[in-house]
Design a protein around this ligand. Sequence first.
Ligand code: ZN
Length: 408
Amino acid sequence: MIKKKYLLIICDGMGDLPIAELGNKTPLEAASTPNLDRLAQNGKLGLMYVLGKGIRPNSDEAHLVLLGYDLEKDYPGRGPIEAAGVGIVLQEGDVAIRANLATIDQDLHVIDRRAGRIKDCSAFIKDLDGMEIDEVKFVLKPGTGYRVALVMRGKGLSDQITNSDVHYATEDKIVEHWEGLPVNVIKPLDDSVEAKFTAEVLQRFLERAHEVLEKNPHNGKRQENREVKGNYLLTRGPGYFKQLQSFKEKWGKTACCIAGAGLYKGLGVMAGMDLIEVSGATGMPDTNVGAKIQAAREQLKNYDFVFVHIKPTDIFSEDGNWQGKREFIEKIDLAIDFLEETGAVICVTADHSTPCILKDHSADPVPLLINRPGEFGDGIEKFSEPFCAKGSLGAIEGKDLMKLLFEY
Ligand code: ZN
């Protein structure tokens, strides 16, 4: 028996709502997508409520659930996912935190949360990587632009601490007008010894990091160029790392991940997938989607399951750019050219809807397409939200996607 191969393509935020300028069609509906439409005609369609009806998903939670993990039990927080995505090998008990390189004045008031959207913060971060306070080691790696992954490694740590970021005192407490506010002092969120210790050590680290960053020669150069300094770390999204059951253990399939953006690479790594680096995969609108799908075709020879993540559909949506979204969907379609010739079971879907008119994620269900070689298709002519509502898969929940795909 030939081993079945599976290809999962998640187009981030692809689901949408009717747009007046598109004749009340969605960007997917208005796009010319001959390849997706052929896969749809010969495959089955449906709608998917990724986290359940009425729930507006975050990307990371949505992906974890789509891959078959239990949000309650397995969700590690954003920090660990981002850290794994930039290549920090996490250990059980680590607390991983997202940070921005930011600009503050001498009274510790925030001038710019992103240090003038600095393009590369490596030269600032390298002086802080490896620092130790009270036997807690700080591991830091630059992410894209001003973003930093920060990991605290040591005994007795907790993720129950607040953020130094003025925009997010805690993850669900957002401060809109943060300009000129003093940086938040890290505080414990519960009464445990661990939370108190972690908050104190992190606060001391942030103060010491501020001194080191102030003296960084790159800040002198930035000031000469009338650019703001990078002199503080604004932290958020702490998460305690515990090893997840691997995708292979869970589903009995070897798996790899092809993604441009750090968050999705991190999710792949956490699920024990091999990361396939594709040059030109940026996770931005200029990403080379053709190269990613080409890499997927090749990796289907090596793995049972290939997960491809495509980000720009969501980026265009959050800008309200329905035109850009439609054109990008056409680019995806071009890349998917006769993908069924791989002989793999192909699934194309999204992690959530991001309607262009809302410029934000919504609770609307996402379009779902599953094409199995040699199977009767629904014969529905177009891959789009309204046609998916008529498909034979009906309306499913995200937690059931892998079971459906693998025919458990
Ligand atoms: Zn998303």
